[in-house]
Ligand binder design. Structure first.
Ligand SMILES: [Zn+2]
Length: 274
């Protein structure tokens, strides 16, 4: 597991029932609500006014629920941006928080049937919403994103091709990523993104690892590749700057819980191992 995936021991159950020590992932827009002590609220019922409640499942015997805050935040609670809760909650609960935000988002965006506009209902036997009129079934959406870290050279002379988008924090560079299109393989998406965004070609594309990215519902699929040919030509509007960096002199990188950073750290470790 990693900081944005469900813990292996988590038991998914849309029909979980609340108990005295149930844990509540209550969201206020993109913020997660914590107690003044920076803990998740607990109790047999939501301890604050909520709507759109859903069962998530259980972890170590504790049932867990998600819901949206209904109204103003009562005293005794704080509202924190989900990403900034990484340091506070720890990887296990952050993994559940990412799942909770996606399930809540699924319910809030599937109130009505997309085909006939009838109010949807929860399925009795799986995580889906079903239209009682026309039978359309909707599942939580997962959008695959191919990310590629390109390397050139060998050993301590290895260079990494990193790019920065216009909205990145100053000085930060990362690997290039893009959404997979319908009817496209992951490999084709990786080659296409690199061609479109950087104007270069790659070879020796290899799957490395994946990471759910619940902001709002992506699955990042990480690849390594070798630079083959072409002049770096950043795609206007998408890429502000892209260049090769010596693995021994890298710029500001994405945070440690991101798959981009994991790919870069892995490549650096491989290049510099004795
Ligand atoms: Zn329908």
């Amino acid at each position: 597991m990693n900081a944005t995936s469900l813990p292996d021991a988590f038991q998914r159950d849309p029909h979980a029932t609340p108990g005295p020590d149930s844990v509540w992932f209550v969201f206020d827009g993109h913020c997660l609500i914590l107690t003044a002590q920076q803990d998740l609220p607990t109790g047999p019922a939501a301890p604050l006014p909520v709507t759109d409640m859903s069962g998530l499942g259980s972890l170590d015997g504790q049932s867990m629920f998600t819901a949206a805050l209904d109204g103003d935040l009562p005293g005794g609670y704080v509202s924190v941006p989900v990403r900034s809760a990484f340091g506070t909650l720890g990887d296990t609960l952050m993994g559940v928080a990412g799942y909770a935000s996606q399930i809540l988002d699924f319910h809030r965006t599937h109130r009505y049937c997309g085909r006939c506009a009838t109010p949807m209902q929860d399925s009795a036997h799986e995580r889906s919403r079903v239209c009682p009129n026309c039978g359309l079934t909707a599942y939580p959406r997962v959008a695959p994103v191919a990310m590629v870290l390109i390397t050139r050279g060998h050993g301590p002379d290895t260079e990494l091709l990193l790019a920065r988008g216009p909205n990145f924090p100053p000085g930060m560079y990362s690997a290039v990523a893009g959404f997979v299109e319908p009817s496209e393989t992951l490999e084709a998406a990786a080659h296409r993104e690199i061609s479109e965004e950087l104007g270069v070609t790659i070879t020796d594309l290899r799957y490395a690892f994946s990471q759910p990215w619940p902001f709002p519902h992506s699955l990042m699929i990480g690849f390594m590749a070798r630079y083959r040919a072409g002049e770096i030509t950043p795609q206007p509007g998408e890429i502000e700057d892209a260049r090769f960096f010596p693995v021994t002199d890298l710029p500001t990188l994405p945070p440690r819980f991101s798959i981009a950073r994991a790919l870069i750290d892995q490549a650096a470790q491989d290049a510099l191992k004795p």
